[in-house]
Design a protein around this ligand. Sequence first.
Ligand code: GTP
Ligand code: SPV
Ligand code: MN
Length: 614
Amino acid sequence: MSSSPPQANPSAQTGTSPNTRQSLSAQAMQWVDSVAQLTRPQIVHWCTGSADEATRLRALMIRDGSLVPLNEAAHPNSFLARSDVNDVARVEGRTFICSRQESNAGPSNNWSDPVYMQEFLGKLFHGCMRGRVMYVIPYLLGPVGSPLAQVGIQITDSPYVVANICLMTRVGGEAIDEFNRQPSFVRGLHSTGNLDPEQRYICHFPDDNLVMSFSSNYGGNALLAKKCHALRLASVSARREGWLAEHMMVLGITSPDGVKTYIAGAFPSSCGKTNLAMLVPPEADLRAGWKIETLGDDIAWLRFGDDGRLYAINPEAGFFGVAPGTSRATNPNAIDTLRENVLFTNVALRENGTVWWEGLDGEPPVACTDWTGQPWTPDCGRPAAHPNSRFTVSARQCPCISPDFDNPAGVPISAIIFGGRRSTTMPLVFEAFNWQHGTYLGATLTSEKTAAAAGKVGQLRFDPMAMLPFCGYHLADYWQHWLEMGRRGGALMPRIYHVNWFRKDWGGRFLWPGFRENMRVLKWIVDRLRQRGTGVTTPLGVMPTGQSLEAGSLGLAPQALEELLAVKPDEWYREVDRREEFLARFSDRLPPELLAENEALRQRIRDAELKGTI
Ligand code: GTP
Ligand code: SPV
Ligand code: MN
């Protein structure tokens, strides 16, 4: 670490546990040595994930100004990091899937030839760690001993990235033990470079279990265990091995009779997974005995158990959550999780050393320091926190973390929810008729773009299964894989739902209160799964009535509820046309079932319009 003397030999090793190095496979050692030869660091540090290591890393970052310690009384052991102003989100335009065959990346991914790209990146990485420390972090994704767990090694020259990875994955002894049991590991090589956006590349080599990322320190671009390994590379192995790697939160919901139901949910980036996973039920439900527990807020790996059901684990160990909009009113469990040991990125700093962001409880501060380090006042016309500002924190601090969080078997999933931001067209909730119909709903999932990725916010785009930026192969093959999983699981597959918390009225206001009131929708889903909930069959699927949502107690205007559950023929003809056009982009490999589902929907809308039921 910083206290070690500079050394001339680029392979000079430091680290508090020499055993880390000895117990890894020769293959791992060889790779690390070859990276050191390429990047020429001053020191190689093997990370152990220990508290002592974390403390020393933070001291180093405080000294060089990259971390600001927060008010110790309000937020013990917590820090603020400010990124480069040009490095605040994922960069989909500079993210590549370098599969051997271009056709296997599919039309939704950028592709580049793997041989060309490795050579090209080799030049960028050549000598890029001169004078820096190269950190080597062996990590584990998933609970110890899980049949779905995977291991990887991330190399990085950014202490900020090390601090994040140590919160987001299992690092240290448990990772090393698993390393020696696993047949292969993912290699993730990251360098800060000079943060020049023009030199930014996030490249995946699925045939080599390799990720190379240059010139960004932002979350999904730089924490390679997360989207790069746990989704893009994992989705490729999941297809080959017959399981699913998904952009899904997982929660457990206990009903008053003590029965626990596990639900997974795929919403595009910044569309509500963290908030749903940590939901606190309304007072009346709590009194009646309803409870929600969190398994994961971003990524789920699902595979068939011996009983034929689909089981989910969360490969991650922490949350990298959206700060704006998080408050005691909207997400009290997140606020309680964020009391201590938190790494905040790009939020605003108050004069008393606490943090602030748009949507946090109470009045905005009269003055504070914004995410760029500039003075900020409420009337200055800029947000104080970046819209994609984030917190990184261990999941173990979450008051509602599930007792099954470390269960190697995972939890059996009874329902999968898809949802996006749709200000029109999509009703609050409906249930798919069957797995194939649900797969079609996922494949045509559409949402307004958010600040989680660079580009224009608010633009409507297809985001199939919330995996548009994260599927490491051809989306049509991915849909085929979903259909095959459905055939394999048969009647034991989870039921599929579509939700939309974001429909707006003419004045642009959300029609649905959202957050804890989403419990009404979850309860309806649980009732349906247990053959109790009433449902109305519509052309879209089965929908609740206002009564089955207990909407009377919400105080919504009657027109609001009607609008939330409305299926408008003109909107739906347009929607079906858009979907047809989208699916056509995948024509050569598109499973015919999906086009058939779209046609069947068009026909059901026509019939319902003729009958006057919509
Ligand atoms: P990623 O971490 O980017 O994958 O996002 P996520 O899906 O976990 O989204 P998250 O739960 O962090 O929510 C993103 C934003 O949507 C936050 O600003 C939330 O406050 C807001 N949000 C979440 N749920 C609701 C809801 O039910 N209604 C409304 N209006 N906003 C919501
Ligand atoms: C997302 O964008 O979906 C995230 C944040 O969860 S990141 O890890 O940056 O991808
Ligand atoms: Mn995400």
